[in-house]
Write a protein that binds this ligand. Structure first.
Ligand SMILES: Cc1ncc(COP(=O)(O)O)c(C=O)c1O
Length: 361
């Protein structure tokens, strides 16, 4: 029997137990083929079915029409930081970026290599403790696009409101909160996300692009760098990361089985409430690093009164079966990552542990 732990890792992160069990059960003989899914061709009927189902499930769960195209690509979300401007920032145009943390800043940095950019808003001076208000986000009305990062994995902030960009395409890095709550995904012209937090294992990035933006893509890029290549070839231009996509498909089925994003949101709401309630109860002890209206449901960041107490907290938490709670080195302290696959029980038990730890220390 594996040791029972609650996995709060920030990514790669916890996967649904049921999904791992299916992977295990199917690993040596994928549905009667006599081969592992690791061994079959990406051009086989079996893989084609996996690929098509995964795309259809994204459409279904996100409520997207046929005008949104899905592609599965390698290279991580970090590669999209460069491919977005390469594809959509034409010469003479300006791309606008909101800086709400390290990943947002990295996306902006890559765009600067490609072309002209504009910093639409930044909360860096405030140690990224909040998401800018809508009226603080300013950009040219003819910008190529506005890029935002919906959830800031390191700093623990998350958008609870969305810029209304009119004719300017809204592009969003949703790596750390995709499919965690109900959302009008049609607000976005493009969404991308590395799989390794809410969708599956590392190795695949999902890219979702609306037709009208795709039509504006730059020609003349190397073939693999063009989003159009992957869309037109249904992510089969070259060999895709098949095992990762297979697991993503299982995770999407798991989400659907629970009742889709309505059900997922309900559990995620309850999980973050348990932790923030404990922090609000002992606010001089569990010191949140983010303003309440910008709090993330996915990554909760906090400091304790001293680094010694933080070390003690982490080591006692680990001994009690709560792993992966160490904060990112840029923030320090504690980071509680509550991705979709982390069960409510994990958040409840961690909240009780926090209560007991505070009383004892
Ligand atoms: C919001 C966000 N964007 C981008 C990245 C980078 O993703 P990758 O490692 O897949 O390039 C991360 C990684 O944690 C992230 O949290």
């Amino acid at each position: 029997m594996a040791k029972k732990v609650f996995n709060f890792n920030p990514g790669p992160a916890v996967l649904p137990k049921e999904v791992l069990q299916t992977v295990q059960a199917e690993l040596l003989d994928y549905r009667g083929t006599g081969m592992s899914v690791l061994e079959i061709s990406h051009r086989s009927a079996e893989y084609e079915e996996i690929n098509n189902q995964a795309m259809a499930l994204f459409h279904e769960l996100m409520g997207l029409g046929d005008n949104y195209k899905i592609a599965f690509v390698g290279g991580g979300a970090s590669t999209q930081f460069a491919l977005v401007p390469l594809n959509f920032l034409a010469k003479g145009q300006t791309a606008a970026y909101v800086d709400t943390g390290e990943w947002a800043a990295k996306a902006h940095k890559e765009a600067k290599i490609v072309g002209q950019t504009h910093l639409a808003a930044s909360t860096k001076e405030e140690k990224y403790r909040r998401i800018p208000k809508l009226n603080e986000i300013k950009y040219p009305t003819d910008a190529a696009y506005l890029h935002i990062t919906s959830n800031n994995t390191i700093y623990g902030s998350q958008y609870q409101w969305w810029p209304e960009t009119g004719t300017v395409p809204l592009v969003c890095d949703m790596s750390s909160d995709i499919l965690s709550r109900q959302l009008d995904f049609k607000k976005f012209s493009m969404i991308y996300a590395g799989a390794q937090k809410n969708l599956g294992p590392a190795g695949v990035t999902v890219v979702i692009i609306r037709d009208d933006l795709l039509a504006k893509a730059q020609a003349g890029l190397p073939t693999m760098f063009q989003y159009k290549t992957h869309v037109d070839k249904l992510s089969l231009y070259n060999t895709p990361p098949v095992f990762a996509i297979y697991i993503v498909k299982l995770v999407l089925e798991w989400i659907k089985k629970q009742g889709g994003l309505v059900a997922v949101e309900k559990v995620n709401r309850a999980k973050q409430e348990r932790i923030y309630q404990m922090m609000d109860l002992y606010k001089d002890y569990y010191r949140g690093t983010v303003d309440p209206d910008s709090r993330s449901w996915m990554n909760i960041t906090l400091r304790l009164p001293s680094e010694e107490l933080e070390k003690k907290f982490l080591s006692e938490a680990k001994a009690a079966g709560f792993v992966g709670l160490k904060g990112h080195r840029d923030v320090g302290g504690i980071r509680v990552s509550l991705y979709n696959a982390l069960p409510l029980e994990g958040a409840e038990l961690l909240a009780s542990f926090m209560d007991a730890f505070k009383k004892a220390n």
